[in-house]
Write a protein that binds this ligand. Structure first.
Ligand SMILES: *Cc1c(COP(=O)(O)O)cnc(C)c1O
Length: 482
């Protein structure tokens, strides 16, 4: 079951393939590199046969648990299927083999794609300006907050604090802190919504604005968002919306109508580009006219002859957030997805995502407890109330679900729900898969009562059981020593 590394398997002299005698003059690195750049000792590379390598990596690949092999209901992460056509378009040579430093007239198609994707995201959210540079949701948050800071500085005072609710994703207060703001945390009301009276109480001339996740991390629509935005605007602040949960409402509402000044979109969640394992993502920001002048440069624009160009000539810009034009291949994937679905298809995405989550809620609500009774959108959050009086914890339930062949849901987040179990099926799962998952969750609910020892030992079907997660974080082994 365990697999040594290629370095441990290395045997001197083994190789994958070898060439016949050279037909051209043999050169060594000293023939064409300056002396100081040439290695003094041989590179420490593993030596293996081709067969060894094939088996090694094929075996490792089978240990991967992924959206392409199993249901992955990780709440807040929107692990939907990534259609293969996205990969095919991104691999086309005109996209994959261009260089970011080419002259603009040679990459008009690529600039057109960036421009068109920006237009689509503006249309979907009802906003006025866009930047596709940010590489992740958190990076989009930082970009948006820097624009808010620049705008308020222009008005005479950047202010000192940002309001965030206690249900916020950890990146929200982190981004605010990176942007030099202190945090005013407000408590979520008993019904799961932010209370406008609470915002009214804390909002003052010291606060730059509010960061509000909508739909919230509880998977519910902040029904008072417009009222809250009005309170913040009346005191001269701005409204940042964390749009990572856009999957629940995409195509249904205009964010501008809700009083939002700026939001980020996770292309790697809502728009179906691969994510996980720290791979590339993209977190575009869309803004209204108030913040548009502050967008990062370059902004991709179209001149009067219909030619696309990178516009750096923007007086109030916050500057550049990233080299070149962002994670371009991810943008190609998201554009493909949007064009494939069209606006009607996109509206269906959010409807199906909400339907699937509510189906799970209906099937599980007699077995696990909901902390808030407010209607769920794209995800459903249970608490650990039904585990009270047993020695089973949320983490045990999460580990047991692995034995049934599913990735565990998100657990212990949002932190305002005790022992939270947060399930997000997304629109791409079939009823059969969702039913299998619900059946497993219901069986586990029975095991909690009848066979708790089994759950506490889980998982039993994997090649390794529970890891010491604390040790893994505190003493990471990032490099093997030889
Ligand atoms: C995923 C997520 C983020 C962060 O996005 P990254 O792309 O991981 O940086 C922020 N807020 C919410 C609510 C999220 O779900």
């Amino acid at each position: 079951m365990s697999e040594n590394t290629v370095y441990q398997k290395s045997k001197k002299g083994r190789m994958g393939y070898s060439f016949d005698t050279y037909e051209v003059d043999h050169m060594t690195s000293t023939d064409f590199l300056p002396e100081n750049l040439v290695r003094k000792t041989e590179a420490r590379l593993p030596e293996l046969s081709e067969f060894d390598v094939v088996r090694h990596y094929t075996r490792l690949s089978k240990k991967n648990y992924s959206i392409d092999t199993h249901f992955y209901p990780l709440g807040s992460c929107t692990m939907k299927y990534n259609p293969r056509i996205n990969e095919e378009t991104a691999a086309q040579k005109g996209f994959s083999q261009t260089h970011p430093m080419q002259y603009q007239y040679t990459v008009q198609g690529n600039l057109c794609l960036i421009y068109e994707l920006g237009e689509a995201l503006k249309q979907i959210t009802g906003m006025d300006g866009v930047s596709l540079q940010p590489c992740a949701g958190a990076h989009g948050e930082l970009t948006g907050l820097l624009m808010i800071r620049a705008c308020l500085t222009d008005r005479g005072n950047p202010r000192k604090k940002i309001i965030t609710p206690d249900s916020a994703h950890g990146t929200n207060p982190a981004s605010a802190a990176m942007c030099g703001y202190g945090i005013v945390s407000i408590k979520t009301g008993e019904d799961g919504f932010i209370d406008p009276a609470e915002v009214q109480r804390v909002m003052n001339e010291d606060c730059a604005g509010i960061m509000i996740t909508n739909p919230s991390t509880l998977g519910i629509f902040e029904k008072n968002i417009k009222k809250i935005a009005d309170i913040v605007h009346a005191k001269g602040g701005l409204v940042y919306m964390d749009g990572a949960n856009l999957n629940a409402v995409v195509g249904q509402i205009s964010m501008a109508d809700l009083g939002v000044d700026c939001l980020h979109i996770n292309l790697h969640k809502t728009f179906s580009t691969p994510h996980g394992g720290g791979g590339p993502g993209a977190g575009p920001v869309v803004v209204n006219n108030v913040l548009e002048p502050y967008l990062p440069v370059p902004v991709i624009s179209k001149d009067k002859y219909g030619r696309y160009f990178a516009d750096y000539n923007r007086e109030k810009t916050i500057g550049r957030m990233r080299v070149f034009l962002g994670n371009f291949a991810i943008l190609v994937r998201a554009y493909t997805y949007i064009r494939e679905l069209g606006l009607d298809g996109i509206k269906k995405v959010s409807k199906m995502a909400v339907l699937n989550a509510n189906y799970i809620r209906a099937r599980l609500k007699d077995h696990y407890q909901l902390k808030y009774d407010s209607p769920s959108l794209h995800e459903v959050v249970f608490s650990d109330a039904t585990l009270k009086g047993t020695n089973v914890k949320t983490i045990d339930v999460a580990k047991r679900i692995i034995d049934y062949g599913f990735h565990p849901p998100t657990v212990y987040f949002p932190i305002i729900v005790p022992g939270a179990i947060m399930i997000e099926p997304t629109e791409t799962e079939s009823k059969e898969t969702i039913d299998d998952f619900c059946d497993a969750m219901i069986k586990i609910a029975a095991e909690i009562k009848n066979n708790p020892e089994k759950i506490i030992r889980a998982p039993e079907t994997t090649c390794i059981s529970r890891l010491d997660e604390v040790k893994a974080v505190k003493e990471p082994v990032l490099r093997e020593r030889f």
